[in-house]
Ligand binder design. Structure first.
Ligand SMILES: Nc1ncnc2c1ncn2[C@@H]1O[C@H](COP(=O)(O)OP(=O)(O)OP(=O)(O)O)[C@@H](O)[C@H]1O
Length: 256
């Protein structure tokens, strides 16, 4: 059985100003297996975040269902960890307290929080920075704290909404390598929103290409590329050309 099942999901937002509705998602059907790394790829406004928010339980479909582990999602839960574009850390708390934030909310004592956070601080490569504050860290390091915070709850699924969108190119590429290592070590299942074709091909075991207005899945493709992935390889560029043809069907690039 798939870990995540999205069945006939549509989402219509009211637009009271224009007295009409915006069809953000139209009849989405997708399955994500345990340990998949699915990238949701598409142009701005195609409904990627809306779909991710429904898996997270922040929003509900207008029609259809989203299930995780066989349970229909109706609200957020500890089985789903979320990482946003901004790490949303508490600036007044050191790294280890930010990582253990959800444990504090559930009433765990300081010694337990400190101990449990260490494994994940080590996993994201922040050993030695436990007592630093977010303002003392780079953007990439702050995102690592956000990832460690999501991992600590041992979620079934990690949901990431353009988590590296605000990082420079070099840091983003470094973070791709780190995330793949973390994904393998933690044996997690990841759904990752991006509008970057290269990013989706660097990361995904699968890429779901979406089209805009109304948002639909144009194609779900398994990515059969060895890791570490080489963005200059012919196979990588074959995938890229195919994705471009899906995103811009009127503008197909001839093979070279
Ligand atoms: N709360 C809302 N109320 C009304 N319309 C909304 C709301 N949230 C999203 N939309 C609309 O739904 C569509 C999809 O938005 P969404 O943010 O999911 O797209 P996206 O693919 O994640 O875009 P981006 O890459 O720019 O973040 C857009 O047309 C957007 O304007």
């Amino acid at each position: 059985m798939a870990l995540i099942s999205i069945n006939g999901v549509s989402r219509v937002f009211d637009d009271p100003k224009r007295k009409t509705g915006v069809i953000a998602l139209d009849d989405i059907n997708l399955e994500v297996q345990r340990n998949d790394f699915l990238c949701l790829l598409g142009p701005s406004g195609c409904g990627k975040s809306t779909l991710l928010n429904m898996i997270a339980g922040f929003d509900l479909p207008s029609a259809g269902t989203v299930s995780v582990g066989g349970q229909v999602i109706g609200r957020p839960g500890a089985d789903r960890g979320v990482v946003f574009q901004q790490a949303n850390l508490m600036p007044w708390l050191p790294v280890w307290e930010n990582v253990a934030f959800h444990l504090k909310m559930s009433g765990a004592g300081k010694a337990t929080r400190r101990e449990k956070s260490q494994k994940f601080i080590d996993m994201v490569g922040l050993t030695g920075f436990e007592n630093y504050f977010p303002s003392e860290l780079s953007g990439g390091m702050n995102q690592r704290v956000g990832i460690a915070r999501a991992l600590l709850m041992n979620p079934e699924v990690i949901l990431m909404d353009e988590p590296f969108g605000a990082l420079d190119e070099q840091t983003r590429m470094d973070m791709h390598g780190e995330l793949i290592r973390i994904w393998r070590e933690s044996k997690s299942t990841i759904v990752f929103v991006t509008h970057g074709i290269d990013e989706s091909l660097a990361l995904g075991t699968h890429v779901a290409v979406m089209t805009a207005r109304p948002g639909r899945i144009r194609e779900l493709m398994p990515i059969d590329l060895a890791r570490p992935r080489d963005p200059t390889s012919p196979a990588f560029n074959d995938y890229k050309r195919h994705i471009l043809s899906l995103l811009r069907p009127e503008n197909v690039i001839a093979p070279v």
